[in-house]
Design a protein around this ligand. Structure first.
Ligand code: AGP
Length: 614
């Protein structure tokens, strides 16, 4: 949700900042901008639209500087236009600032400033802080330094932020601070970088510092210092070496990141399981949460909290944990969980699932759970993310960077981790070694299964071409595959803008059946398990009403063939691995439909990858 980049060093900041913005564009792509400081001269360019639109203007300009800041926006306050694009400036034009987050009390502060005749040019919450800093810096008897003016302003705002600021009257200096929105400091040879994540930094240096909440950074000729925003107490933090590669953050031969990430699943699920499967004992080794296994075994309940796709993974996790481990699991939208009076105590385990590890609602839900004494565990993809640091313990999914806005490989990695947790606890609670081995054997062949799915996409393309003009789509599944239906529908909505709903297959007759006619494609998830014949009956019900039947199954029999308009075949696998293989075929279906409809696949309208605001 908004991407920030900052640079100070001996190189030309422009290409570094623009490339950095491109890497962060997954966080928002409504508008972008750049500001550069050259001695006492602050210049800028900003523009509604993609970073490529900004790039054209920058290429045509002679903008230059010795340090600079840049921003790609996902609009919250104020429409996406040139004026509301970041950086924002104070009324003197001497202070520039980029911001990721929301200042909740901006209206109150704005009223006070307007009374003092401060003129605002944008309708953003961000401009308020830059005008406030200016007021404290230029119109204050106390004669504050720029640093102190920024610190003082930050103490008046309420909300979440990652900010980076420049001042023309104190050149060769960048100031940054973090409260609730991620910020990484890159430490190179006499050059420093600031960014919302490490991807803009990796080709310049591998040494980074993940900033924590309440931290304030000053970078100037003397180097960098990190301190507490309020107390100014110096904080000593060690450098972390990032092992991200450039290939991982570029799409290579693929036309879209989403397609690359779907294909990454040929190895990413195995990456998630690496070193964690124990076939001999039919169990899993989960070093990350090993100290908390006794707590899980004796827990009265488990809450899984997450948003969007990660919430769907949680629903699959509930099914697995209850099946194997026999502990009650409640799956809650983080945005609801944080505001309701859930029953949480020291006997409660709260598992937060998040690809980014930065989702504001999930983070807030986690903090509340901690306050009530719960043990908190995380399932995150991004190492060093806020959620991974806030939890008592956790398991990284190791799916590699996910850049496409629609989550794909992170989802299958989350489900894989949940399978491993369920089996681990289950084995300790009496699930037999043979049952464990059976599941692990199926997990071990997943790379081949995924490769088969991704080789046979002819049928998926046919379905996509046939249904590309559909206005609605229905996804039906039962049991553990109901959340798979929800996830299939979400993928389609996100990238193709076709309205889609996921439903438990048998619930269809309690309402959605009214929608069925010859224009409605209905995806049936029909695994070869004890729900198979029931799903077959549901297919008959749709057939009788003329719907377009698309069946996804690992059990193609004559009934399926005769009832379905299209059959998407999956390799035979364990019933608890099926949700993974089935999700991959549904990801491909959503992708191909979006291609047919010529949609902006990696940057769907209105969305951002990481939702760091409420
Ligand atoms: C997935 O395709 C979505 N873009 C979205 O629902 C996402 O899963 C959600 O915002 C949660 O993100 P997180 O996993 O990073 O917390």
């Amino acid at each position: 949700m908004c991407g920030i980049v900052g640079y100070i060093g001996n190189k030309d900041p422009v290409p570094i900042l623009l490339k950095g913005l491109k890497r962060l564009e997954y966080r928002g792509y409504d508008s972008s901008g750049i500001a550069l400081l050259q001695e006492n001269n602050l210049t800028h360019i900003k523009k509604a639209g993609k970073v490529s639109d900004l790039q054209l203007l920058v290429d045509d300009s002679s903008i230059k500087g010795t340090c600079g800041i840049a921003h790609t926006r996902w609009a919250t306050h104020g429409i996406p236009n040139d004026v509301n694009a970041h950086p924002h400036f104070d009324h003197t034009g001497k202070i520039a600032l980029v911001h990721n987050g929301i200042f909740e009390n901006y209206e109150t502060i704005k009223k006070v400033l307007v009374k003092k005749d401060v003129h605002f040019s944008s309708t953003t919450d961000t401009e308020v802080i830059v005008q406030l800093i200016s007021e404290l810096y230029y119109n204050n008897d106390e004669k504050l330094t720029f640093e102190d003016a920024v610190r003082a302003a930050l103490q008046e705002v309420v909300g979440a932020y990652g900010i980076v600021a420049l001042c023309a009257d104190e050149p060769n200096k960048i100031i940054a601070a973090r409260m609730g929105s991620p910020l990484v400091l890159g430490v190179g040879e006499k050059e420093y970088f600031l960014a919302s994540d490490a991807s803009p930094i990796i080709e310049h240096t591998r040494n980074v510092i993940y900033l924590d909440d309440d931290e304030f950074v000053i970078i100037d000729k003397a180097g960098y210092s990190i301190s507490n925003i309020k107390s100014k107490k110096i904080i000593s933090k060690s450098l972390t070496k990032i092992d991200l590669t450039i290939e991982e953050v570029e799409k290579g031969e693929f036309p879209h990141f989403m397609l690359k990430e779907i294909h990454d699943q040929k190895h990413s699920i195995s990456d998630t399981m690496r070193g964690r499967l124990n076939l001999d004992n039919g169990t899993t080794n989960l070093g990350g949460i090993i100290n908390y296994i006794p707590n899980i075994l004796s827990a009265s309940r488990i809450y899984i909290t997450a948003c969007g796709t990660s919430w769907h993974a949680g629903l699959i996790g509930k099914h697995l944990i209850e099946e194997y481990a026999r502990v009650p699991v409640h799956v809650e939208y983080a945005s609801e969980f944080r505001y309701r009076n859930a029953i949480i105590d020291a006997n409660t385990i709260v598992i937060a699932i998040s690809q980014s590890g930065e989702t504001a609602d999930t983070l807030a839900a986690l903090k509340i759970a901690k306050e009530f004494g719960a043990i908190t565990l995380g399932i995150c993809n991004v190492v060093g993310s806020s959620i991974s640091r806030e939890t008592d313990a956790g398991i990284f999914t190791h799916a590699g960077p996910e850049i496409g806005v629609a989550s794909t490989k992170a989802f299958t990695a989350q489900v894989t981790v949940l399978i491993m947790i369920a089996l681990n606890i289950g084995r300790k609670k009496g699930v037999s070694k043979d049952r464990g081995k059976e599941l692990i054997r199926a997990l071990k062949t997943i790379d081949q299964d995924v490769a088969i799915i991704l080789k046979n996409i002819k049928n998926i393309k046919k379905v996509a071409q046939y249904t590309a003009t559909a206005e609605n789509y229905l996804y039906l599944g039962r049991g553990i595959n109901f959340p798979v239906a929800l996830e299939g529908a979400l993928k389609l909505k996100e990238i193709s803008y076709i309205h889609a709903e996921g439903y438990p297959a048998a619930e269809m007759k309690h309402g959605p059946i009214a929608l069925i006619d010859e224009n409605l494609p209905v995806v049936f998830i029909a695994p070869q398990d004890d729900t198979f014949n029931k799903v077959l009956s549901n297919i008959e019900e749709v057939k009788a009403r003329g719907g377009i039947i698309i069946t996804v199954t690992d059990n193609v029999n004559n009934s399926i063939k005769s009832l379905s308009d299209f059959v998407l075949t999956l390799p035979k696998t364990h019933k608890y691995v099926f949700p993974i293989t089935c999700s991959i075929i549904l990801q491909m279906l959503a992708y191909e439909l979006a291609v047919c409809r010529k949609c902006e696949i990696d940057q769907p309208r209105n969305l951002a990858k990481s939702v760091t605001v409420e």
